[in-house]
Design a protein around this ligand. Sequence first.
Ligand code: PGA
Length: 250
Amino acid sequence: MKIHVVANEQEMSIKTANIIADLVRKKPNAVLGLPTGSTPLGTYRELARMFREENLDFSQVHTINLDEYIGLSKYHPQSYRSFMRKQFFDHINIDGRNTHVPDGMAKDVEAECRRYDEMMFRYGHTDLQLIGIGPNGHIAFNEPADSFTPDTHVSILTESTINANQRFFQNPDDMPRTAISLGMRGIMSTRHLILIACGEGKAEAVANSCFGPVTPRVPGSLIQLHPYVTVIADEAAMTLCPNKLSELDD
Ligand code: PGA
């Protein structure tokens, strides 16, 4: 695990965007696993800037998103499909047919989960998987539980996640309580896993994920078993793991 401690969110975003841009330049048809949330916003902005100003070409790139709320159509402003369009896809030259987000309105959600896994494994793996982390240690919507869930599945959101995400909804009660989430196998089968985090609200989750026991109670802790992980976090998010940093920082 390589850990980069950066001064602030902007540095985190630029460093992350540079890694993604390098991959896309080397491999124009790269498959990117992408998250939503506030943490990746700056990364998407920087990548869009690179598209406009540096000819970074996304025309052959494929993307697979981590999750989607159940019950929100792709046109709902708070759906993750809308988020990706507004924050990233509308600002680059990606082919919409190459972008994948679970369908939160699927009549048969279990079938939609299977379809998503089949789609994902037809690609074989993602070249890079970007993830944020929830204050409770969740990655995608893999919430703390008694066991890890390998497959794409219906996740019942925890109180912590509902509290963290309700701020995006005009009426907090409108936030769905369930979501379709990529499972741990989908996340872990990537070539390069990048965890980004900023702010002290993530400090406990980052410390437990990077240095705690590997346990489904802290889903992010599974990243310790991945052979190629990069953590990019600001100082605030690293405050609970400073002593061990010298062992891991490059
Ligand atoms: P955030 O969410 O980026 O909005 O903090 C991260 C997550 O819940 O995985």
